[in-house]
Structure formats: structure tokens, C-alpha cells
Ligand binder design. Sequence first.
Ligand code: SF4
Length: 290
Amino acid sequence: MKVTVINPHGFCAGVQRALDLAYKAKSEHPNRSIYILGNLVHNEHVIDDLKADGFVILDERKKSLSDWIDTLNKGDIIVFSAHGHDPHLDEKAAKKGLIKYDATCPFVIANSVLIKKRITEGGETIFIGQAGHAETVGTLMMDESKVFLFEPGKPFDFGQLTVKNPLLVSQTTMGTDEMAESISLLKEHFPMIDIAARVCDATDRRQKAICTAPSDIDLYVVMGSETSNNTKKLLLLAKEKYPNAKTIRCLDVEEIKRSDIKGLKNAALISGASTAMKEFDEVKSYLESL
Ligand code: SF4
């Protein structure tokens, strides 16, 4: 099979930074347990590698992040994930005397700075995002009475806002198409809306790249976890843009081996922002061997 690699792929700068920070914590405290609060990045292999290297993952599916912090002791070392978190957890960690390494991506931080300023000024914010995602949870928890979630395609209660010129911010890993639709809908209701919504560079560049991929392809493979929002958006874009081609998401070579891709000859390969080059190269080699 011929394989065209679409750039960029592999880790984005934010994910690489989060991993570097976790290993920095480990090298600065070589004989201590390093606790990672939730999924540092959205990829099962990356999390498994961290566990194999001795990191302790505090799994948010088993206990809330706040409850996990309660289990730690003064002086314990904790790493906050790349996607952002409820700011109350910072206060809680500080009160407990934990040593904190914050891997929150600078794109997520930039949004929270804008929202914090708007809250301080007495204003309100609409956040376009996906319910339950770590970035959304962290953003809404900044002030639940001043920050409102708008989920694309879902009903929104415009009456809950009291201002005419809310700030508009979005999750950094949104699909640019659905964001544009959301913005135009919100503008109809709030002509004076203050638009600061944008996806991060990694998401933007990958979404543009998949949309401008060669069109003589019969198989588009998007690598990444089911839990990765930017991966899911890449897959959606590929499905919309190339309806006659087969489009699949896979985490690793084992997963693609289980896919029905018999008879296909021309593949394009891209990844979401949390896929390591090791898994990417394995899938590429496997496809080329077919
Ligand atoms: S996908 Fe974007 S927001 Fe998320 S870590 Fe990477 S650069 Fe940061």
C-alpha cells in the first residue's frame, strides 16, 4: 500500500511540554512518587508508558480529582494535566502543601486569562465546548454563574445571560467548521458579542492539513485515542471531505490490523496531537507492508 504522511503529526508542542514537565518532576525528585492528576494527555499508550516509568496516575474515572487530592500528603508531588483543570484544585493543592508541576497548555492558559479578566470586570462568557472535557470543566468552574457552556448542536438557554456583549471563547480542540457555525448562531442573538474564540495552532494546522490532503486516496487513517477531541474532529473532517474513501481512527497497529482495509491501495496517515511517533511509525510500516 502506498502511504502519504500528512503533516503535522505526532505530539503537539503542548503535549510534549506536559511530558517534559512530568519527567522534569521525576528527575528533580528521583526517589519520590510522582502523582499525575487525571490523564496527563489523552492517549492510552502514553499513560501506560508513564506508569511503566513509575509515575502514579490518579485516574479520574475511579475518583474525582478533588477526592484524589484529599488522599495525598503534605510535600507530595503532583503534576496537573495539559488540558486545564478546576482552579479550586490549585487552592486545595496549595492548602495541603503539595509540590505542584502544572502542565496546563499555554493555549488553555491564554483562554483562562481572558475569562478571568472578564469575570473581574463583572462580565459574562460563553464557552463553546464539549461537556465533561477537562478543559470545559476547568473553564466552567472558574465561575459557574458567569461562564456558560454552549455545546454545538445542543439547545442553549440564551436567557441565562444578563449582558448584551458576552465574551466568546472556545475549547482549544474544537472543529473549526462547527465553531464557525456556533459563532454565527451566537452572533444572531448577541450582535455585540466579543469574539475571542479560536482553536489552538496544533488543532488548526492539522484540520487544515486533512482538508487539503491529496484526493486520490482511498483510505484516510487518523491516529489517536477515542478520548482525544482533536483526533475525533480530524476524523469527522476526513469523513465529510472524502465521502467516497474509507476513513478510520486507530490507536495503534493492533487496532488497524483488526480493520477491514482489504483491497485499498492509497492511504493517507495523520495523527491527533497526543500520538507518539513510535505508534505512528508502526502503523505506517504496517500499511506499507500490505
Ligand atoms: S492540542 Fe492544542 S491545546 Fe491541546 S495540548 Fe496541544 S497545543 Fe495545547
